[in-house]
Design a protein around this ligand. Structure first.
Ligand SMILES: *Cc1c(COP(=O)(O)O)cnc(C)c1O
Length: 460
């Protein structure tokens, strides 16, 4: 079968030949080697260095050459999406770090300040490291998260990086080189044992980092065993990835591109649903030939592509960007899935859009796409208790309120129950919302608090 998915075929289906491209990556240690940065003045380059000593930075030549519009820098959305920006640190943190750089302070001093700043940026939003990690004989199963009954998240060790980093990434703490902050696992056996023992799990969601940085044979060692009879209950394999944006060559011209597609094809032939959960933020990410070719090849082997991504100031806080994104996706055979609210971590203050405005943007974008584009749910906050969607703003008996619901919840019984918060034009996250109608807490709060104290573990 694979002969239909080789590189020569890619060329036949396009106007010209898509040649293999060497994956060349740049981190903050290689700022000087990025030719395009010479357009910026020295102050801008300095600011970038300062911020990059706190927040992770990684970009590749494809992103530099084909995605960023350098004539529009620094406002260009794809530049904002990948490069550190001064506003990502508070004035005072920026000044302190800038000072260290100006007087050429030693590495240890810069590291110490960087760590202090990171600690204040809520590196582990929604208790990711503890409450969601299942236990086995008193020990945490590292690299697994099981928050919602049907779905297990798995973070393979080999997938701990990405082809480039997003400046707003909520998992930024994993990428700053502090081992203690990482979530990872190298235990193939542990994953399969856990899945065998939990027959209510229908979905395995492989995430990272980006699992698509892995070699096909590594990914195969995790996924091929799912075809055995004792793992039949795992019906869907989802792979969370930004590679369709940052390195579509992964599915087209990379050495093991065909092997990767072959793996997906075998899983599908064995009865699994295979979905790429593609992270997209801007219509330009879908514009290049190689990006479209990658989508076509995945769809050809039967992979479903669903799209998700956060709403971000400086990048896509405009309803046109979203309606273009969703309608282009529908045209290419991608199913819009979630619009997220930027999480309460890292540079959230720089990227955050107030919830009321987020809902306006969502609504206006929805109005401009056909029903096929209206499958995107949101704006949704992935918070401790679950995924909370802003369904709208309403006035009920003279009180302006947010209408909310759980799309996913730590207790399945909370799902789809409408609840109400006082309208607050400034609020950017769930913890800033207060119950409407004079109530003193939201309906789920007592139970959630008990779960956090370890009195109730609804899943395991
Ligand atoms: C979003 C999410 C899932 C998957 O939820 P779906 O609604 O099925 O997409 C699973 N686990 C966690 C922790 C999540 O945040």
């Amino acid at each position: 079968m694979l002969t239909t998915h080789n590189v020569a075929d890619a060329a036949r289906h396009s106007d010209g030949i898509l040649r293999p491209r060497r994956f060349q990556v740049f981190t903050d240690r290689q700022f000087d080697q990025i030719d395009q940065l010479k357009r910026l003045d020295s102050e801008q380059r300095f600011a970038m260095r300062v911020v990059a000593s706190v927040m992770p930075f990684r970009v590749n030549q494809y992103v530099l050459d084909e995605l960023i519009d350098w004539d529009r820098v620094p406002d260009d959305p794809l530049f904002q999406l990948t490069f550190p920006q001064r506003g990502m640190l508070s004035e005072s943190d920026f000044d302190r770090m800038a000072d260290l750089h100006r007087r050429d302070a030693d590495k240890a001093e810069i590291q110490a300040l960087a760590n202090e700043i990171r600690e204040r940026l809520n590196p582990h939003p929604a208790g990711q490291l503890d409450l969601n990690t299942p236990m086995e004989e008193g020990r945490p199963l590292e690299g697994l998260q099981h928050k919602y009954r049907e779905t297990v998240l798995f973070f393979p060790t080999q997938g701990q990086t990405c082809h480039a980093y997003c400046s707003f990434c909520f998992r930024w703490a994993q990428f700053v080189g502090d081992k203690a902050l990482k979530i990872a696992s190298n235990e193939v056996g542990m994953l399969h044992r856990y899945l065998r023992q939990h027959r209510q799990v229908t979905d395995l969601l492989v995430t990272g980092g980006d699992p698509m940085v892995m070699k096909a044979r590594h990914l195969s060692s995790y996924l091929t065993p799912l075809l055995s009879a004792d793992l039949e209950h795992v019906q869907s394999v989802r792979i969370g990835t930004k590679s369709l944006t940052f390195w579509p060559h992964r599915f087209v011209t990379d050495e093991d591109a065909d092997e990767m597609l072959g793996l997906f094809e075998r899983l599908i032939a064995g009865g699994k649903h295979v979905a790429i959960m593609a992270h997209y933020n801007h219509p330009r990410e879908l514009s290049t030939r190689v990006a479209r070719e990658a989508i076509r090849r995945l769809r050809d082997v039967g992979v479903e592509i669903r799209s998700q991504g956060p709403l971000l100031r400086h990048i896509n806080d405009d309803s046109r960007a979203w309606s273009d994104l969703w309608s282009t996706q529908v045209k290419l055979g991608i199913i819009p899935y979630y619009m997220f609210v930027e999480r309460d971590t890292g540079a959230q203050h720089y990227f955050a859009v107030p919830l009321g405005r987020a809902w306006d943007i969502y609504r206006q974008a929805m109005q401009r796409v056909s029903g096929l584009g209206r499958t995107a749910r949101g704006p949704s906050m992935s918070a401790g208790p679950g995924k909370v969607e802003i369904q709208g703003v309403a006035e009920i008996r003279g009180e302006k309120v947010f209408v909310l619901r759980f799309i996913q919840a730590r207790d399945a019984d909370w799902v789809q129950r409408p609840f109400f918060a006082k309208y607050d034009p400034e609020a950017t996250w769930l913890d800033q919302l207060k119950p409407a109608f004079g109530e003193d807490r939201f309906f789920y709060e007592d139970e959630y608090l008990a779960m956090c104290k370890g009195q109730v573990r609804p899943i395991q």
